[in-house]
Design a protein around this ligand. Structure first.
Ligand SMILES: [Fe+2]
Length: 287
């Protein structure tokens, strides 16, 4: 199959869609050239592959992802099973929202590609969309004075969960590690809310404290503006591949016990990106 200029996912301001319905009958995902797909993700930042025969299990998904590059391994292996837990110890396994962030921010290496395979989608009215924000477009469209404020700020993030206990420090506006294009690295604060399980510990420095509210409000609005954000409404079988170097992502809340099941795999860039934000355990300096 040759890949034509692809359509966008429904209602998206960015991203690319390849629908199996427009491919040759019986075409399988494995026949699409990975090199071409990789360039689509880099150019459009998100690729939705819809309607292709499903991966039978986590192993098949892993084998497919390994064709894209080196898989970033976690203590649990290659595949994170994103499912609501009965008594979650962390918001990742809850049904409530997850604020915007980038993956690997607390890990030794930052993956270039995120793969999300939808094993089972929630119902149409049950929420659970994954929100992606195109941060190079956010910066391109920002008023110079607003962008100048963002460029002053550095975020310090501390988070302890089952798989790590880490501190990450990053300027909010930084450079894409390959292209050098300006991108945003930011973990949205959540409102003090007793129901949010396992809050990360966030601190923002570089501007006077009395400007931080304006900073967060303006940045959040820009990141979530319809022209910069895309909420992916899952359909069973969808495979979404996202550019984690450029996008931030988060999750909408969903109805508890909705049948939402995603599998996620991280694939490293070539060469792998050593996490520039990670600080040694116990080092809370923001130098
Ligand atoms: Fe994530």
């Amino acid at each position: 199959m040759t890949i034509q200029t692809p359509a966008r996912p429904p209602l998206a301001g960015f991203g690319a869609l390849i629908d199996a319905g427009s491919a040759s009958p019986g075409e399988c995902l494995e026949e699409l050239p990975v090199g071409d797909l990789r360039e689509l993700v880099r150019a459009h930042h998100l690729l939705l592959l819809r309607g292709f025969p499903a991966f039978a299990d986590a192993e098949e998904l892993t084998a497919y992802c390994a064709r894209w590059g080196e898989i970033s391994m976690w203590p649990f292996g290659a595949v994170l099973e994103l499912l609501e837990h009965e008594n979650p110890a962390d918001h990742i396994f809850d049904h409530r929202h997850v604020p915007l962030h980038w993956d690997g921010m607390y890990r030794p290496q930052v993956p270039e590609f995120q793969f999300f395979h939808c094993v089972s989608a929630p119902g149409h009215d049950q929420g659970g969309g994954t929100v992606f924000s195109q941060t190079s477009a956010v910066l391109r469209d920002a008023e110079p004075a607003v962008r100048a404020l963002w460029e002053e700020v550095t975020g310090t993030y501390r988070r302890k969960m089952e798989y790590y206990d880490s501190t990450a420090v990053s300027p909010v506006v930084t450079a894409h590690p390959v292209t050098g294009e300006p991108v945003i690295r930011y973990n949205e604060p959540v409102a003090p809310d007793d129901e949010f399980i396992n809050h990360p510990d966030l601190e923002f420095t570089g501007v006077p404290a009395d400007r931080l509210e304006e900073f967060h409000r303006g940045l959040r609005r820009a990141l979530r503006a319809p022209e910069h954000a895309y909420t992916h409404r899952w359909r069973t079988g969808d495979l979404v591949i996202a550019d984690n170097y450029t996008l931030l992502h988060g999750r909408e809340a969903f109805t508890s016990r909705a049948p939402r099941h995603l599998r996620r795999v991280h694939v490293l860039g070539e060469p792998a990106l050593e996490n520039p934000a990670l600080r040694p355990a116990g080092d809370h300096s923001n130098g």
